[in-house]
Design a protein around this ligand. Structure first.
Ligand SMILES: [Zn+2]
Length: 205
């Protein structure tokens, strides 16, 4: 009889990607930080919208273009009110849109640091012999799946590789690729000497 411990890990990126720009005030290339504020400009019926960034050294601003000269009638009412109220959810979505940032600047620094919120879904009572992890990543994160598992489960790289070699880890993604929202990971722990520690690490503290 095998018992499965099912958990969900939600990955929250704790730092926005930072575009590097030549800062006019510093006279050097600097990383710019997202201010969380939008700027809107109306020119007749045409609207421009930017997400405001600040130089990490001197606070000089750079406006990341979201759209330009768009007819006000074509803009969704909810989007417009979110822009006007500096809606944090919209700011977060725009700040993690690395593809859009790369259109405006050649270098964007991404950060792999994430906070992992762990929850038990089911599987209490018996000593589980399988671990199933459901990964939720509401923001895009540039963190490899094998690194996440090694760090969070307390496994060395060689232990990770050994588990993968013996097909004791199965995943709907790829171990050497970035974590995606909705990935599933299954780890067979039957007869594993470190099973208890791994299961403990999979759960909230
Ligand atoms: Zn500067």
């Amino acid at each position: 009889m095998s018992f499965t411990l099912r958990v969900r890990w939600t990955l929250i990126a704790d730092r926005f990607p930072e575009p590097w720009r030549a800062c006019a005030r510093c006279g050097a290339q600097r990383p710019f930080r997202c201010s969380g504020k939008f700027r809107l400009n109306a020119n007749g019926r045409r609207l421009d919208a930017w997400l405001v960034y600040k130089c990490s050294a001197c606070d000089d601003t750079w406006n990341h273009t979201l759209f330009e000269r768009r007819n006000a009638h074509d803009i969704d009412v909810d989007l417009l009110s979110a822009l006007e109220s500096n809606d944090p959810k919209l700011a977060r979505r725009c700040a993690f849109d690395v593809i859009a940032l790369r259109r405006n600047t050649s270098r964007v620094e991404e950060f792999a640091n994430v906070a992992v919120r762990k929850e038990r879904l089911d599987g209490s009572g018996h000593a589980p012999t399988r671990l199933e992890i459901v990964l939720a990543a509401p923001d895009p994160v540039s963190l490899r799946l094998d690194r996440l598992l090694a760090t969070e489960l307390g496994l060395s790289r060689s232990r990770m590789a050994a588990l993968a070699d013996r097909a004791r880890i199965r995943t709907t993604g790829k171990l050497n690729r970035a974590v995606r929202d909705g990935l599933l990971v299954e780890i067979e722990l039957d007869g594993d000497s470190a099973a208890e520690a791994i299961l403990r690490n999979a759960l909230p503290e």
